[in-house]
Design a protein around this ligand. Structure first.
Ligand code: F6P
Length: 323
């Protein structure tokens, strides 16, 4: 394979730049040319291409976001959009395409590969950690650490004022960030979309804590929690139990930014190399992931978020430790 293109798509995640660097340098090492596609699938449709060399990825391993920029493209979901991208790829002589992103990105890649015959290879990049075929996605560890730092700070106020805090973290379909940041910050309760939330159970836990002289509480809420995010849960809890003064904090996009942790930089480097060498050696239409400390390739037909199970035992553990 002589010419490879690379793009980032969907929500940005810390460590995407480290993966771009690994892909570009690995491809060059194997004598392949690299074309960067700016702004994800939108840039692919518009032919927003730039040739990349080893120097174009200098000084980016430590930077958050993505130097290639990204988009959530509606146009690429249409046949016309994909045909436009195929036309641009053929004109530029692109033989293989590496995509860094999540579930939506790989769904698009799968359909594009069917339509164009161009070989595609995915690298999991999303803070949500909700992809089947890898134990960790790039950006998840950094986002977790950002959340923990914020919760530690909020706890100072919660303790000083005897307050009940509801802290909303990202994850519209998945509770990984909520569950593991809750464990790591010693939260009193954790609410995730995978497990139905009972307002009565939350109230009972707060009351039991108060009876043991607990004077402040941190409840981590995944944004996708049902019946709602942190504001709605706080409102419903307050209706039933108003002993503690209540506050809500939504951490928001702070979780997506910042310099990647060592874990994310190393993961991104390993996956970038595996994806590029896999593509060059003839693998196609798969995601390079990391399972039980080994590189593993999973076909795009299986890299879906709804196939990922959350470990409910961890929630019980968090309740035990946070009570
Ligand atoms: O998929 C990553 C993620 O950060 C989700 O946790 C969140 O729901 C979503 O993206 C937010 O997307 P946007 O930045 O487009 O609002």
């Amino acid at each position: 394979m002589k010419k490879i293109a690379i793009l980032t798509s969907g929500g940005d995640a810390p460590g995407m730049n480290a993966a771009i660097r690994a892909v570009v340098r690995t491809a060059i090492f194997h004598q392949a040319e690299v074309i960067g596609i700016r702004r994800g699938y939108d840039g692919f449709i518009e032919g927003d291409f730039l040739p990349m060399d080893a120097n174009s990825v200098s000084d980016i391993i430590q930077r958050g976001g993505t130097v290639l920029k990204t988009s959530r493209s509606e146009r690429f979901k249409t046949r016309d959009g994909m045909l436009e991208a195929k036309h641009n790829a053929n004109d530029a002589g692109i033989e293989g395409l590496i995509l860094i992103g999540g579930d939506g990105t790989f769904k698009g890649a799968y359909e594009f590969a069917e339509l164009s015959g161009i070989h595609t290879m995915g690298i999991p990049g999303t803070i949500d950690n909700d992809l089947f075929g890898t134990d960790y996605t790039i950006g998840y560890d950094t986002a977790l650490n950002t959340v923990i730092e914020a919760v530690d700070k909020i706890r100072d106020t919660a303790t000083s004022h005897h307050r009940l805090f509801f802290i909303e973290v990202m994850g519209r379909d998945a509770g990984f960030i909520a569950l593991n940041s809750g464990i790591a910050s010693g939260a009193e309760d954790i609410l995730i979309p995978e497990i139905p939330t009972s307002i009565d159970a939350i109230v009972n836990r707060i009351e039991a804590g108060k009876n043991r002289n607990k004077s402040s509480f941190i409840i981590i809420v995944a944004e996708g929690d049902i019946p709602g995010g942190a504001y709605e849960i706080a409102r419903q809890v307050k209706e039933k139990y108003s002993y503690f003064e209540t506050r809500v904090t939504v951490i928001g996009h702070m979780q997506r930014g910042g310099s990647p942790t060592a874990f994310d930089r190393i993961l991104a480097s390993k996956l970038g190399v595996a994806a590029t060498e896999g593509l060059i050696s003839g693998r196609k239409n798969e995601m390079a992931g990391f399972i039980k400390n080994q590189i593993a390739f999973t076909p795009f037909s299986k890299t879906r978020k709804h196939l990922v199970d959350i470990n409910e035992g961890l929630l019980q553990m968090a309740h035990m430790l946070g009570s």
